[in-house]
Unconditional design. Structure first.
Length: 52
């Protein structure tokens, strides 16, 4: 049996790095530095081998 993310920890994606300069060089992108997605949750793979 193989387990991926066996302890069910959150695998976050990278934060948004799109800086949009507005007036005076101030950032106007509200999602800058925000993590907006995550990878899938716990996955388990089972396998068996039968020998005759």
């Amino acid at each position: 049996m193989e387990g991926y993310n066996a302890f069910n920890h959150v695998n976050l994606s990278m934060p948004n790095t799109s800086f949009t300069a507005g007036a005076g060089g101030v950032n106007v992108n509200n999602n800058f530095g925000v993590i907006t997605s995550a990878s899938s949750a716990r996955q388990v793979q089972l396998g068996a081998k039968v020998r005759f």
